[in-house]
Design a protein around this ligand. Structure first.
Ligand SMILES: Cc1cc2nc3c(=O)[nH]c(=O)nc-3n(C[C@H](O)[C@H](O)[C@H](O)COP(=O)(O)OP(=O)(O)OC[C@H]3O[C@@H](n4cnc5c(N)ncnc54)[C@H](O)[C@@H]3O)c2cc1C
Length: 429
């Protein structure tokens, strides 16, 4: 019998498997999909340029467990400026230098207001209740700051996102990208591990032993670590016997999936398109309550790509409407800057559109916390079901670096170590 069955071969599952091996425990990772890496996935397009569908920034790199792993494997790191906008549009004209400074100041004010309010005593509130708004004597950039820092980066509207959790999981510090792709790094770290692909887990029975039922048969183990997203857990794809305790169910419901989608427009050959420098960032001022501009990164690593980012409700809407609608929306958004003809000429190849929202193996990009639910992360990380033989790991479970590969990785290691301690205790007893 195995010591540990690990469900899901994303960053958390891979980290847990590596740590189990180091601790002398036998394990098997059961992965529903056709590849390891989960939400860290680099695909080289038909032109040979890597594209990260999911994670691409090594957030807070100075404290991120992925930083030394990337360095040891010789990955190429690029540290760009944190908040630089090459072109900022207001309607159909470019913002002046003064307006750009006002935009930057509005973003700083947004973050400072969130931090100041979170430092006050009192119950948790939505981020939206703490930050400046347009039209109340504030900056004309307040809605743009909310759209960018909230809906796009957090993947959920600030009206629904917990201020406490936003502050607790804030990602400041070094923020490099990897030329070979973050997904490539996570896939390299999975090499040689006991991973069984195309093995969706349907049921986990936690009795004297843990029985994990997959489409291809049942596996028995002394313990299990479940690393699927809270979106997958909430969808009930995996049945638990006995059922999960109400507190764990509540923690899962308190940490729903946010959505960030990317649309990569691709040029016909090498070189930076549109005459912009590598990593150029473009954005538009929000023009009214229904306006949901994309944010753009042009020519990452000098590649012939323009990557549009869209988050929150607008991303869910495009995700439901499918990749053709998302590509059309992206082309129309970029056309605001350069005109439709230039965009069509610069990016003649079909776009690559991410599908994290609709993919049943993820059902979103990363978690946010509902208002009042910041503590759910710790509860899920510390849940020790079946006398500590059934645990959870993954980005949702990291109280500081939730929503990141580094957080998922650290939580996988912590779950493996806690499981090892439980199993050692049960042998001793
Ligand atoms: C668009 C996007 C951008 C992002 N940007 C960044 C970034 O720049 N930097 C950063 O650090 N993070 C970023 N993230 C977040 C980061 O990718 C995730 O936090 C992290 O990869 C999650 O790892 P995980 O192991 O917790 O979960 P996952 O990667 O979801 O792993 C869980 C695994 O379980 C599998 N699975 C699901 N159901 C079953 C089942 N029934 N049986 C067996 N297996 C199953 C899934 O296929 C998956 O492989 C981004 C994510 C997205 C989507």
């Amino acid at each position: 019998m195995l010591d540990v069955a690990i469900i899901g071969a994303g960053a958390a599952g891979i980290a847990a498997a590596r740590r189990c091996g180091e601790l002398g425990l036998t394990c098997l990772v059961l992965e529903a999909g056709a590849r390891p890496g989960g939400r860290a996935f680099t695909e080289s397009d038909s032109l040979g340029a890597p594209f990260d569908h999911g994670a691409s920034w090594v957030h807070v790199a100075e404290h991120n467990p992925m930083t030394p792993l990337a360095a040891a494997l010789g990955f190429t790191r690029f540290d760009g400026p944190r908040r630089q906008r090459e072109i900022l549009l207001i309607g159909d004209r470019r913002a002046t230098a003064e307006e750009r400074r006002a935009h930057d100041a509005a973003c700083d004010a947004w973050e400072a207001a969130a931090e100041a309010r979170a430092a006050e005593p009192g119950p948790d509130i939505p981020i939206a209740a703490a930050v400046p708004r347009d039209g109340h004597g504030g900056s004309p950039w307040a809605a743009t700051a909310s759209h960018w820092l909230g809906s796009i980066i957090c993947g959920v509207e600030p009206e629904r996102n917990s201020l406490r959790d936003y502050i607790d999981t804030g990602l400041d510090g070094e923020n490099p990208q990897l030329a070979e792709g973050f997904g490539t790094l996570v896939a390299r770290l999975a090499e040689g591990l006991p991973i069984r692909l195309a093995s969706p887990v349907r049921r986990i029975r936690a009795g004297r032993i843990i029985t994990v039922e997959t489409a291809g048969g049942a596996i028995e183990a002394r313990a299990a670590i479940v690393t699927v997203s809270t979106g997958v857990l909430a969808a009930g794809t995996i049945a638990f016997e006995p059922g999960l305790p109400p507190a764990v169910e509540a923690a899962i419901a308190g940490l729903p999936m946010a959505l960030l989608s990317k649309i990569a427009l691709r040029g016909g050959g090498p070189g930076s398109p549109l005459g912009l420098p590598p990593f150029a960032r473009l954005g538009r001022q929000v023009q009214g309550p229904a306006d949901r501009p994309m944010s753009w990164m042009i020519a990452p690593f000098g590649r012939d790509q323009a990557i549009g980012f869209i988050g929150g409700e607008a991303a869910w809407d495009l995700s439901r409407r499918g990749p053709a609608a998302a590509e059309a929306a992206a082309r129309a958004d970029l056309a605001r800057f350069f005109g439709a003809e230039t965009v069509a000429r610069a990016f003649p190849e079909p776009a690559v559109v991410t599908d994290w929202g609709e993919n049943p193996l993820f059902l979103g990009a990363y978690t946010y916390a509902r208002v009042g639910q910041a503590g759910a992360r710790r509860l899920l990380a510390e849940a020790a079901l079946a006398d500590g033989r059934l645990r959870f790991a993954g980005e949702a479970c990291h109280a500081r670096y939730a929503g990141t590969v580094g957080g998922a990785w650290a939580s996988g290691i912590a779950a493996a170590e806690a499981t090892a301690a439980t199993l050692a205790g049960s042998v001793a007893a």
